[in-house]
Design a protein around this ligand. Structure first.
Ligand code: NAP
Length: 308
């Protein structure tokens, strides 16, 4: 059975940064990623606030660069889905299971990230891929000169809404309150964009259509009034859910399911760290994910030397 100093679960910016620090620190390191290296950032249209990179890169380009940098230090990348982790194995060594293999690790860094939260209203599931999308970068170009709605009031909804104005003739932003959650700088740009139309205090009650989305039924939460809003597409950005399936039994989570760590990214189990969007962090950005990764790898190395 293959054995590593560090197994990193997830190949987004957090996991890749941990891999850079761990492998550069001479720890035998494996990064498990079941999908595309890069994680959620791959579907971000542009990243303009990552220090040291003044040119605007797409999320995919940035993750590709971080991967290239990690490759220089030689961590192993394993394209297998982890289905179980035995955190309580002997002598502090943990065991990781995939469909076909088992691996041992002295430390585990979990960087499994998060995924979009659903609206959970009638019609949403039925029209996924037929007008309901969670990725403007992937699907935005399909809506040239069409009318779309973005649901949510956070950074993602407003930024991706602005991205959609490159294609769509009009972008409604439907938010359940009367002020946005997005940071002020993003708000300022959005309010100046003439294609953005804000519908306040409203939620989507139903997504309707035939073969493709045609209409949203909205409810104003203050007046209780319902309204039809004809649209060609709807992009849902109502927050994220942590990918915590492997952890629920053993790792302490907050009430929303994000992992609680201390300041060295350690979970309730010694030698097990959680980093990036999965953690109950006050700021979910590429830079904070990378920082988490560096801290976790640094303390994983310390943990191993103390173990030995
Ligand atoms: P978020 O900040 O949690 O915002 C979710 C938005 O959806 C909120 O406005 C929330 O309304 C609304 N919402 C939640 N549940 C809803 C429901 N059932 N129906 C209707 N609306 C609902 O999520 P996010 O925008 O995806 O961002 C996730 C994290 O990534 C954040 O930490 C964010 O700062 C970060 N991020 C940063 C950037 C950037 O810096 N460029 C870009 C994207 C994301 P309320 O406001 O009323 O709660």
């Amino acid at each position: 059975m293959k054995s590593y100093d560090v197994i990193i679960v997830g190949g987004g910016p957090a996991g890749l940064s941990a891999a850079i620090y761990a492998a550069r620190g001479n720890l035998s390191t494996a990064v498990f990623e079941k999908a595309l290296i890069g994680g959620q950032i791959n579907v971000t249209y542009e990243v303009e606030n990552y220090p040291g990179i003044p040119e605007v890169l797409s999320g995919f380009e940035l993750s590709d660069r971080i991967k290239q940098q990690a490759d220089k230090f030689g961590p192993e990348f394993i394209e297998e889905e982890i289905i179980k982790i035995d955190f309580a194995s002997t002598n502090g060594v943990k065991k990781v299971y995939t469909d076909d293999n088992e691996y041992l690790a002295k430390t585990i860094i979990i960087a499994s990230g998060a995924q979009p939260r659903y609206l959970n209203c009638p019609g949403e599931q039925e029209f996924i891929g037929k007008g309901v999308s969670y990725c403007a970068t992937c699907d935005g170009a399909l809506y040239r000169n069409k009318v779309v709605a973005v649901i949510g009031g956070g950074d993602s909804a407003v930024e991706e809404g602005m991205f959609l104005t490159k294609f769509a003739s009009k972008v409604y932003v439907i938010h359940r309150r009367d002020e946005l959650r997005a940071v002020k700088s993003i708000q300022d740009r959005a309010f100046k964009n003439e294609k953005m139309v804000f519908i306040w205090d409203s939620v989507v009650e139903e997504v309707q259509g035939e073969n493709f989305v045609k209409n949203l039924v909205l409810k104003n939460l203050k007046t209780e009034e319902k309204q039809d809003l004809p649209v060609d597409g709807v992009f849902v950005y109502v927050g994220i859910l942590p990918n915590n399936e492997l952890l629920k039994k053993d790792i302490t989570l907050d009430k929303s399911g994000f992992v609680i760590t201390n300041e060295i990214m350690e979970t309730n189990i010694s030698g097990v760290y959680a980093i990036g969007d999965l953690r109950n962090t006050p700021l979910r950005q590429v830079i904070t994910a990378c920082s988490d990764g560096a801290i976790a790898a640094f303390y994983a190395e310390k943990f191993i030397s103390e173990m030995e």
